[in-house]
Design a protein around this ligand. Sequence first.
Ligand SMILES: NC(=O)c1ccc[n+]([C@@H]2O[C@H](COP(=O)([O-])OP(=O)(O)OC[C@H]3O[C@@H](n4cnc5c(N)ncnc54)[C@H](O)[C@@H]3O)[C@@H](O)[C@H]2O)c1
Ligand SMILES: [Zn+2]
Length: 354
Amino acid sequence: MDRLHVHTPDKSYDVILGEGLRHHLNDYIVSSYRKILVVSDENVADYYLEGVIDGLADGREVHEIVLPAGEASKSFRCYERLLDKCVDATLDRNSLILALGGGMVGDIAGFVAASYLRGIDYIQLPTSILAHDSSVGGKVAINHTKGKNLIGAFHHPEMVLYDTEMTATLPLKEKRSGYGEVVKHALLSDEHWFREVMERNIDDLTPEEVKSDLRRGIRLKALIVGEDEKESGIRKHLNLGHTLGHAIEAELHYGSVTHGEAVVIGTLFALRLSGLDAAYELLEDWAKRNDYPLEIVNELDEANLVDRMKLDKKTMNNRIHYVLLSDIGTPFVTEVEEDELLQQLRQFKDEVIQ
Ligand SMILES: NC(=O)c1ccc[n+]([C@@H]2O[C@H](COP(=O)([O-])OP(=O)(O)OC[C@H]3O[C@@H](n4cnc5c(N)ncnc54)[C@H](O)[C@@H]3O)[C@@H](O)[C@H]2O)c1
Ligand SMILES: [Zn+2]
């Protein structure tokens, strides 16, 4: 078992990683929470909901709600359903929400916790690899039909209990997605870890590899969020690969690629803009070997992608802010001219599919 600590001006909390943690939740969740609402999605619930609820049962009133799996559930409709459930179960300020799932469940359950009764406690039980990123840092949100994560809040969990064993049942595509954020964290962190990740085969990950990558990713995120809780400075570095990544997801209407797959493509492009040729080649080889869908950039029009980047909520005064690296582990934020982006994207499209 590993215990990491997140310390921000607003809140301090632990992230505990361990295999089989879900069977011992009562050891961590204080008994003063008499009422607990467990939020999950259909896929995760099939595997884990019963076990989690069984482990909680003694003396507590436990409620559950299961949403359809997928990003479409981060919606007003589901948000309202969850609030109805909180009201029906008469949750009060001493109640707890448990978010059992990936980033979708964590984001919407966290936003319900942030807004119901002006804020009640919640604990994240991440089940996906990607959720090592989303469960730490306190950003919670739902989507608007016009854009992702447009309605949200900063509301930190009381604790993150990461039973890494649960990631074993993720479909391959979702493991690939999670490793998009792992690669990003490794590049923001250090060359040694980046090279280690470049040796990973996503269809053949060992539990030790996953746990080690999750631990290092969370440690980096905790460090950054601890210094810049509300994203006025270095937290922006976490957007590495996301400017183009978000544009690709939006152009494809959030259908055919996962978030992390789009982030890998965006990160590759950021390495190109950064002029880090050796890292670019390593990442390109790795992404191809692990079946990241690099070829989809060819279906996309570069002018549309640049227009999308201008719409990104991180864009300020119509200038496209970009996170680049002067070296692995040394990110910086800069502005990239529209024409330069267009030209680089054209070349990128030509090269990346060869
Ligand atoms: N709050 C933040 O800081 C932050 C950061 C990054 C991403 N996000 C958000 O996270 C979401 C993406 O997260 P995600 O990739 O975990 O998506 P997700 O929660 O939709 O999970 C992806 C798929 O994997 C399934 N799944 C999850 N865990 C499983 C398990 N253990 N076994 C089998 N199947 C499992 C889910 O049912 C779903 O079908 C997006 O909504 C994104 O906006 C938030
Ligand atoms: Zn991301």
